[in-house]
Design a protein around this ligand. Structure first.
Ligand SMILES: NC(=O)c1ccc[n+]([C@@H]2O[C@H](COP(=O)([O-])OP(=O)(O)OC[C@H]3O[C@@H](n4cnc5c(N)ncnc54)[C@H](OP(=O)(O)O)[C@@H]3O)[C@@H](O)[C@H]2O)c1
Length: 329
């Protein structure tokens, strides 16, 4: 007998389709997860468009989504120490479904008191922001500039940098009304761009003329260019997102005279040998703070899976502050 589950599918048209599909089984090295809640990501909408056969997309049908939280439902051969019933959370393809199979190394233990509706909004931010800080060789006592800090993952980045001992966190947003939120999350200085504040000068002023030791850039475009002269000598600039577009004209003098290192990270395209050590570092250095409640996601809306169209509309509006969460009964 084949058991079925509810899942949101890509590849049938311009919108997700909620349908019943077979429950997958875990292969070697995999775990089956009973998913209780999923969070949306910035990448979900472009993936929907790319698969849309009615507008020139691939028409390749698959289950949408990445972030999940629930518990282990079955353990495949050679799948580590996981046991049925262990609470988990993580980021893995095909997450918008009642069940998913994941590589056992990619599941993170979910702290007992962290309910799935909250936990599911953390893994992408945890992995991406901790991975970016690791790529930059971040050390306690260093200052961190986070551009586009009001993005879902940027807000987690602020809290991780604080937990790991940043001396000063400088956050940027285009919206004056998000200043208090970013301050509450741990930013020492909030620069409202487009509000007369000039990014480079404001960062230099906040760092006594030195510049930030590490930059986590979610915006790219002109913002990326403005970050270079705002980075301390020997500092590291990590591009994470390209909300303002992928192209930038940069001043190579600012790069060379300051001996800067530029990194690009895209965890969707990382090889396992790159991701697994980041997850191990995350477990040791960051998850205890998640368990204590020192790191928590910002949630814009919590909806049921049947309200998926409302979730897509909210994402498209560009007005969501934090994650849109979908729950499975
Ligand atoms: N490298 C990776 O592995 C990785 C992983 C996940 C996400 N990402 C990328 O990281 C970025 C953030 O993702 P997310 O899901 O956290 O975003 P999100 O929550 O959807 O971010 C929304 C916020 O971004 C800001 N924003 C939007 N357009 C902007 C623009 N043109 N210039 C400056 N700010 C803009 C706005 O904040 P304000 O109004 O406050 O300015 C907006 O409220 C995306 O580009 C995403 O693709 C990368």
């Amino acid at each position: 007998m084949t058991y079925t589950m509810k899942a949101l599918l890509l590849g049938r048209g311009p919108e997700w389709v909620l349908d019943d599909v077979p429950v997958p089984g875990p292969g070697p090295g995999e775990v089956l997860i009973r998913n209780r809640a999923s969070a949306t990501n910035n990448a979900d909408l472009p993936m929907l468009t790319e698969a849309d056969p009615t507008h020139g997309g691939t028409g390749k049908e698959s289950i949408a989504g990445f972030e999940y939280a629930g518990e282990i439902a079955a353990v495949g051969q050679d799948a580590g120490d996981w046991k049925v019933g262990d609470p988990v959370m993580g980021t893995f393809p095909s997450a918008f479904a009642e069940y998913l199979v994941a590589d056992h190394r990619f599941a993170l233990p979910r702290p007992q008191d962290l309910v799935p509706e909250i936990a599911c909004a953390l893994p992408t931010g945890l992995l991406t922001e901790f991975g970016a800080l690791s790529a930059a060789g971040f050390r306690p006592g260093q200052s961190v500039l986070i551009t586009g800090a009001s993005t879902s993952i940027g807000m987690i980045g602020i809290q991780i940098a604080k937990t790991l001992g940043a001396s000063r966190i400088i956050a940027t947003t285009r919206s004056t009304d998000k200043k208090d939120l970013l301050t509450r999350l741990g930013a020492d200085t909030v620069i409202v761009t487009g509000d007369g504040s000039e990014l480079t000068g404001a960062v230099l002023e906040a760092t006594g003329g030195e510049g930030a030791d590490v930059v986590l850039d979610h915006v790219a475009g002109d913002t990326f260019a403005a970050c270079l002269p705002a980075t301390a000598p020997d500092g590291h600039v990590v591009n994470i997102g390209r909300l303002a577009g992928p192209a930038a004209t940069i001043d190579l003098d600012a790069l060379s005279y300051r001996h800067l290192t530029v990194h690009g990270v895209s965890f969707g395209f990382s090889r396992d040998w790159e991701t697994v050590p980041i997850l191990e570092g995350l477990r040791a250095k960051v998850l205890p703070a998640v368990g204590r409640g020192d790191i928590a996601p910002v949630t814009d809306a919590t909806l049921t899976i049947e309200q998926y169209q409302e979730a897509a509309d909210r994402l498209r509006s560009g007005n969501a502050v934090g994650k849109v969460v979908l729950t499975f009964a």
